[in-house]
Write a protein that binds this ligand. Structure first.
Ligand code: BG6
Length: 482
C-alpha cells in the first residue's frame, strides 16, 4: 500500500514508549523483512543529542540475539532531529530534513509517504498534531498518524480530543493503538469463535453462565505513581485493554473480515452495555507487605492520602438477545500474587447430570504468559474405574508449535499500519462508547461518593479478601463443581 517507500517519524523518540516498544518493534519488523525497502526512521524530540547518543538510546532495549549484523544495518536507517513541540520553525526544519532524505532516496512525487508515530504524553498530543498538519504533513503522498492512550480522562475530555484530531486528520489516517489488540491470543479470539462450529453454537446465555476477564500484575506502580494516581486501574487497563477483549468475546459475527465490518460489530455490542453500576464493583488499593511498599508509599506519588484504586473488579451487563443475564466480570490489579491475563468462560452445569464428580465446563484463553487455549472438561477415569474426573483439552502454544516465535504486540500493530489495516485499532465511535460505559462510575469514585469503598489488600496477595465472595455472587464457581 505504501508502494515500497515510507518515512516513519517517531515523535517523542527519547521517551520510554519509544525506547521500550516502538524501536524494538521496528527492529523486529526489519529483522524479518517486513519494513518497506525504501524506509527511513526519523526520531524527533526536544532533547539535543549527538547521533551516536541517539542510536545508543533507542537501541538499548532491543534484544538482538544472533542478529548483531542486522542491528548495525538497522541503525543505518535511523536519523534524529531535535525541536520543540509547539514551534512551527522546528517542524519546518523537520519537514525539510525529511524532504531531503526522500529526495536522496529518489522517491517520486506522490510516493512521499509519511507515518507519524506519536510516542508522546497527552499534554502535547494536540500541539504536535497541529504542528505536523501545518508543516510536515505529506502533500505528495499518504499520511498515517499513530496515537496511543490516554485518550482523555472521561467521555467529555475524550470527545474533545477527538474533535481536535478529526479537524486535522481523517479517521482513515488515524490509528489509535490499544496494544492488547496486537497480542497473539487476542487476535485469535475471532478465529476461535467463528472458525469452529462447536463454539459458534454454544456462545450465548443458553450455554454460558458467566465470563471473567482477568488482568494481574505482580508489581506495583513504582516509578509511575504520578501518572497512575491521576488515572487509576480502571482507565489504565480496564476501559481499554479488558473492554477490547470483552468486545471480541461478545460481539456478533461480522459480515466479513474487513476492518470496518469488524469495528461496526464492536460498536454495536458496546452500545448494548449498560454503564457500570457502583454496586457491581469491588475496588482496592494495595498496602505494604513482606518488605514491599504500599501504594501510598510510592515516592512518585504526590497525594499521600490518595484513594485511587489499584485494583478493580467490575461487572458488565450486555442487554441483547445473546447475553442478557450473563455477567462479564472484569478484574484488574497491580501488586498481586502473579502475572496473568486470561479469559475464563464458564458454561452452565449439565442439567439432570448422571455423574457425580463432574464439574462445569470452562474455556480458558490465556493471553499471557504462556499463551494457551484449554477447556476444562469431564472424562471417565481411565481403567476399571467408572469415576468421573475433570481434565483439560489443552492447547498450550509452546508445546504444540515448535519454533514458536510470537511477535511483540507493537510489531504486529505497526505492520498493520504499514498495510493500512484498521481492524486492530480503535475507531472514534468505539472509543466514545467505551468511555460511556465507565465515565459515570469514574466520576462517582472521584467525587468520593458515600457508596465508594476502597478495600485494602496486601502487596503480593490475590486482591481484596472480599473478591471470592464477589465473583461467587455473579455465579462463578471457583472449583467449577456443579
Ligand atoms: C499499559 C498500562 O497500557 O499496559 C500498564 O499502562 C500495564 O500499567 C501495561 O502494565 C500492561 O501491558 P502488558 O503488555 O505488559 O500486559
Amino acid at each position: 500500500e505504501l508502494s515500497g517507500s515510507v518515512t516513519i517519524i517517531v515523535l517523542g523518540a527519547s521517551g520510554d514508549l519509544a525506547k521500550k516498544k516502538t524501536y524494538p518493534a521496528l527492529f523486529g519488523l526489519y529483522r524479518n523483512g517486513f519494513l518497506p525497502d525504501n524506509v527511513r526512521i526519523v526520531g524527533y524530540a526536544r532533547t539535543k543529542m549527538e547521533h551516536q547518543d541517539y542510536l545508543k538510546r533507542v537501541t538499548q532495549y532491543i534484544k538482538v540475539g544472533e542478529d548483531v549484523d542486522k542491528l548495525e544495518t538497522f541503525k543505518e536507517l535511523l536519523d534524529y532531529v531535535s525541536g520543540q513541540y509547539d514551534d512551527d520553525i522546528s517542524y519546518q526544519n523537520l519537514d525539510q530534513f525529511i524532504y531531503k532524505s526522500e529526495t536522496e532516496r529518489s522517491i517520486e512525487a506522490g510516493k512521499r509517504n509519511r507515518v507519524f508515530y506519536m510516542a508522546l504524553p497527552p499534554s502535547v498530543f494536540v500541539p504536535v498534531a497541529k504542528g505536523l498538519k501545518s508543516n510536515v504533513y505529506a502533500k505528495e503522498g499518504i499520511n498515517r498518524v499513530v496515537v496511543e492512550k490516554p485518550f482523555g480522562m472521561d467521555s467529555d475530555s475524550s470527545n474533545h480530543l477527538g474533535r481536535e484530531l478529526s479537524a486535522l486528520f481523517t479517521e482513515n489516517e488515524i490509528y489509535r493503538i490499544d496494544h492488547y489488540l496486537g497480542k497473539e491470543m487476542v487476535k485469535n479470539i475471532m478465529n476461535l469463535r467463528f472458525a469452529n462450529v462447536l463454539f459458534g453454537h454454544a456462545w450465548d446465555r443458553k450455554f454460558i453462565d458467566n465470563v471473567q476477564i482477568t488482568f494481574k500484575e505482580p508489581f506495583g506502580t513504582e516509578g509511575r505513581g504520578g501518572y497512575f494516581d491521576e488515572f487509576g486501574i480502571i482507565r489504565d487497563v480496564m476501559q481499554n485493554h479488558l473492554l477490547q477483549v470483552l468486545t471480541l468475546i461478545a460481539m456478533e459475527r461480522p459480515i466479513s473480515t474487513d476492518s470496518e465490518a469488524i469495528r461496526d460489530e464492536k460498536v454495536k455490542v458496546l452500545k448494548c452495555i449498560q454503564p457500570i453500576d457502583i454496586e457491581d464493583t469491588l475496588l482496592g488499593q494495595y498496602v505494604a507487605a513482606d518488605g514491599n511498599p504500599g501504594y501510598l508509599q510510592d515516592e512518585t506519588l504526590k497525594n499521600k492520602d490518595s484513594l485511587t484504586p489499584t485494583f478493580a473488579a467490575a461487572v458488565c451487563w450486555i442487554n441483547n438477545e445473546r447475553w442478557e443475564g450473563v455477567p462479564f466480570i472484569l478484574k484488574a490489579g497491580k501488586a498481586l500474587n502473579e502475572a496473568k491475563v486470561e479469559v475464563r468462560i464458564q458454561f452452565h452445569h449439565v442439567a439432570g447430570n448422571l455423574f457425580s464428580g463432574s464439574a462445569r465446563n470452562e474455556l480458558v484463553i490465556r493471553i499471557q504468559p504462556k499463551e494457551a487455549v484449554y477447556m476444562k472438561f469431564n472424562n471417565k477415569q481411565p481403567g476399571l474405574s467408572y469415576q468421573t474426573i475433570q481434565t483439560d483439552l489443552d492447547l498450550t502454544y509452546h508445546e504444540r508449535y515448535s519454533d514458536l516465535h510470537i511477535p511483540d504486540a507493537y510489531e504486529s500493530l505497526i505492520l498493520d499500519v504499514l498495510r493500512n489495516d484498521h481492524s486492530n485499532f480503535v475507531r472514534d465511535d468505539e472509543l466514545e462508547r467505551a468511555w460511556n460505559i465507565f465515565t459515570p462510575l469514574l466520576h462517582k469514585i472521584e467525587t468520593h461518593d458515600a457508596e465508594v469503598d476502597i478495600k485494602q489488600y496486601p502487596y503480593g496477595s490475590r486482591g481484596p479478601k472480599e473478591l471470592d465472595a464477589f465473583v461467587k455472587k455473579y455465579g462463578y464457581h471457583r472449583d467449577a463443581k456443579t
